[in-house]
Design a protein around this ligand. Structure first.
Ligand code: E4P
Ligand code: PEP
Length: 374
């Protein structure tokens, strides 16, 4: 086959502009819709003093826990993705009293995830397609996401989210206490640069192939000063220069070869961090590759981690759980949805979640009796 016969008709085509000059760009772009400037979206739902105070306190607590200066456990718990703001808020109202009740042992942060990275294709989250109907009303999605974040903060819960689109943090990050770089992006320079300028602690997941080095390198790159392309709060394209984010850590989430939440995997990850000059603690994701996306298995992983914490393990700084009101998952479709059930990965249901949080709190008490982090 000759090279020209593999070239699609569109690639070979050229367009002509109104002035009659030839153009070779945007041949596959269907539309360009300017977004509202971040400043306007933020002004429509500004952060209150009380919410800003909660965000600042919980960022500080998460950073102190992951650095080993606070012997509590950071717990990132909530739905795989937000698709129904009412159900998310209902969940937050149930979780907020547990944050209070276990404040001495756990720093509970709700997973409030709006951007889903897909292995191939699929629903990409509330910001990208809030109607879940392929209408892609990103403008509504951004405003809705900000509203959900502020409503969650008003219950007294801080929020954590995955940072996927490099420009969306300008709309939301003031309301976020903890961020994640997902398993599909720890090697992405774009994401490492973004993290270098973020004001909150950020966890880098190991890559989907299981590489922890990718996450360790992500932490190192994000701790450095960076200059890159971004936008300002008026939405103007900018050269952004950052001072680096020292509050980064590694999240073990398992990979294609299987789970990596066990003691040997944890020790190997801590050694990698230490040899990169970044001693610290780990977040253990009980879901994804560590549970084979089976929510029943996820609860078993949390219990195994609680057992190790109670036995005195000092390297576990945090645990992530995917949890919603109703266990399991359903297909993402705008109609016939079960209220409070995940439309992405399967989640643990509410009752089991509440029990697991109690078990994690007891494990922290037991670790303290064994000398804590000293
Ligand atoms: O956490 C959610 C999913 O694991 C992630 O977005 C990938 O999902 P997919 O493999 O179904 O695309
Ligand atoms: C997408 C997620 O996880 P991972 O990047 O580990 O697949 C997630 O935590 O929502």
């Amino acid at each position: 086959m000759s090279p020209s016969s593999t070239t699609s008709a569109t690639t070979a085509a050229r367009t002509s502009t109104a002035s009659g000059t030839a153009s070779t760009s945007n041949l596959r772009v269907r539309a360009l819709e300017p977004l509202e400037p971040p400043r306007d979206v933020v002004a429509a739902r500004p952060l209150s003093e009380a919410a800003a105070d909660l965000v600042a306190r919980s960022r500080q607590a998460a950073a102190a826990i992951m650095a080993g200066h606070d012997d509590r456990l950071l717990v990132l718990v909530g739905p795989c993705s937000i698709h129904d703001p009412s159900a998310a808020l209902d969940y937050a109202h149930r979780l907020a009293p547990l944050r209070e009740a276990y404040a001495d042992q756990l720093e509970i942060v709700m997973r409030v995830y709006f951007e889903k990275p897909r292995t191939t294709i699929g629903w990409k989250g509330l910001i990208n397609d809030p109607g879940m109907d392929e209408s892609y009303d990103v403008h509504r999605g951004l405003r809705l996401a900000r509203s959900v974040l502020l409503d969650v903060l008003a219950t007294g819960l801080p929020a954590g989210t995955e940072l996927l689109e490099p420009t969306s943090p300008q709309y939301l990050a003031d309301a976020v206490s903890w961020g994640a770089i997902g398993a599909r992006t720890p090697e992405s320079q774009v994401h490492r640069q973004l993290v270098s300028g973020l004001s909150m602690p950020v966890g880098f997941k190991n890559a989907t192939d299981g590489s922890v080095q990718a996450a360790v390198d992500g932490c190192r790159a994000s701790a450095a000063e960076q200059t890159f392309f971004g936008i300002d709060d008026e939405g103007r394209a900018c050269a952004v220069s950052t001072s680096g984010n020292p509050d980064c850590h590694v999240i073990l989430r398992g990979g294609h070869a299987g789970p990596n939440y066990g003691a040997d995997s944890r020790r190997a990850a801590l050694d990698l961090l230490a040899s990169a000059g970044m001693p610290g603690r780990l977040v253990l994701d009980a879901s994804h590759g560590n549970s084979g996306k089976d929510h029943v298995r996820q609860a078993a992983v949390v219990r195994e981690l609680a057992h190790d914490i109670a036995a005195g393990d000092r390297g576990i700084g945090g645990v992530m759980l995917e949890s919603f009101l109703v266990p399991g998952k359903q297909a993402p479709a705008p109609e016939d949805l079960t209220y409070g059930q995940s439309v992405t990965d399967a989640c643990i249901g509410w009752d089991v979640t509440a029990g697991l949080l109690g078990e994690l709190a007891s494990a922290v008490n037991a670790r303290r009796e064994k000398g804590g982090l000293a």
